[in-house]
Ligand binder design. Structure first.
Ligand code: PHB
Length: 403
């Protein structure tokens, strides 16, 4: 899959960035480090994540993944000590702009890392575009962040909503399903994932017989599960995550539909949730850029270190947090810790090749990961790798114009 024309135009402006990068490096070589650097001041990293509400555990795992990487580097990124400013965004879009402005304006952070919820991320992206503060998104999939609202200072180490859902449409058609119901929360991520799934599924020849939605973060699923039982589709596609995913999967099984009307979704339906879902999750198939049993050295080492630090089993959220720190480290190492040399830093980050626990990770011109999307199945409490559903998937980055 290739980027559209508006993105390939960015190839030209990236050359401009590379020129700026060379200039920044010269400045450093001439020995004019920024005042912050010469004082050995800590780097201020704002972690804007949910630590309450239905996505609380997701935020905690991202934080732990990020912190793990920093600890492995002796408490530093790019050779500078890191100071964290943590803020609970509660997954509430209505307070997101104020929260972000607080981090940037009052706390004067050098970087913001966040968040989980697509609606909150949209507000953060707007502030990042207005203020120029570097923003790394370690989860939220809002397509716009690396689409029409892409910017040189905005990077994502997770996925776009389209990227993880479109491959599932193809998979579900391939395995023989023709009439499918989708169900999700009615907010940016749910709407975009249901749309991405429908794109893959209908292009392959399938029919989405009904699109069920409920407001985020409601978990009263009963009426909709009854509706699914009446419609008797071949299968169901779902996006829920965190506490909501636990409730949906257990309600679905309790209604007697497990195995009768097979349940599919994006991997958030079963990632970080399996201990709470138990047997109700067995057999669910999902697409995601991670699987628990990826047998590469980076994943094996990551899971071991994460377990040692937290006593818990790492998941995709922890991986995305870990990679956000790794990406910052690459950029800051290139500028010898000078966070003010932004153009140079962004150019290096844009062409970074990370050895991620998910597998090799590179970035598109729009700063979204280019990555394999795996088909997984829950087997004995694990998101077990079945196959690579789509190799080297790049979001089309519709509408992205880097300036
Ligand atoms: C999102 O809102 O973009 C979102 C939230 C939770 C997930 C995945 C995506 O697990």
């Amino acid at each position: 899959m290739t980027n559209d024309k508006s993105v390939s135009k960015f190839a030209i402006s990236r050359r401009g960035l590379l020129a700026a990068s060379a200039a920044g490096a010269t400045g450093l070589a001439l020995g004019f480090p920024s005042p912050a650097l010469s004082q050995g001041a800590p780097l201020k990293v704002g972690l804007m994540l949910p630590s309450s509400g239905t996505f609380a555990k997701l935020g905690q795992f991202i934080d732990n993944g990020f912190s793990l990487y920093v600890e492995q580097k002796g408490g530093m990124l790019g050779g500078r000590p890191v100071e964290f400013i943590r803020l609970d965004d509660e997954s509430k879009p209505e307070t997101a702009t104020d929260n972000m402005n607080r981090l940037v304006g009052r706390d004067k952070v050098d970087f913001v890392v966040g968040t989980v919820h697509s609606g909150v991320a949209m507000a953060m992206v707007k502030v990042a575009r207005d203020t120029g503060v570097p923003l790394i998104i370690p989860n939220a999939g809002a397509d716009e962040a690396t689409g029409p609202l892409c910017a040189p200072n905005i990077f994502r180490t997770s996925f776009s909503n389209w990227q993880v859902s479109e491959p599932m449409g193809k998979v579900m058609h391939y395995v023989g399903h023709r009439n499918v119901v989708s169900i999700t929360w009615r907010y940016a991520a749910g709407i975009q994932m249901a749309k991405g799934f429908a794109e893959g599924f209908t292009k392959a020849g399938g029919t989405v017989v009904e699109e069920l939605t409920l407001p985020f973060p409601e978990v009263e699923f009963q009426a909709m599960i009854t509706r699914i039982a009446q419609l008797k589709p071949d299968a169901v596609f779902a996006f829920f995550a965190g506490g909501g995913a636990v409730k949906f999967v257990t309600d679905y099984a309790a209604a007697g539909l497990q195995g009768k009307i097979p349940l599919y979704g994006t991997g958030f339906l079963t990632d970080g949730t399996l201990p709470a879902q138990g047997a109700a999750a067995e057999g669910i198939r999902t697409t995601l850029h991670y699987a628990d049993d990826l047998n590469n050295p980076a994943n094996v080492a990551f899971l071991e270190a994460f377990k040692k630090k937290t006593g818990q089993v790492g998941d995709i959220y922890a991986v995305q947090g870990f990679d956000a720190a790794a990406l910052l480290d690459v950029g800051l190492t290139a500028t010898k810790g000078d966070s003010a040399a932004r153009d140079a830093m962004f150019a290096v980050m844009g062409s970074a090749k990370l050895d991620s626990p998910r597998g090799p990770l590179a970035f598109s011109a729009a700063h979204n990961p280019i990555q394999d999307i795996y088909l997984r199945e829950v087997r004995q409490g694990k998101n077990t790798l079945v196959s690579v559903a789509s190799k080297g998937v790049a979001d089309p980055a519709r509408g992205c114009k880097m300036t």
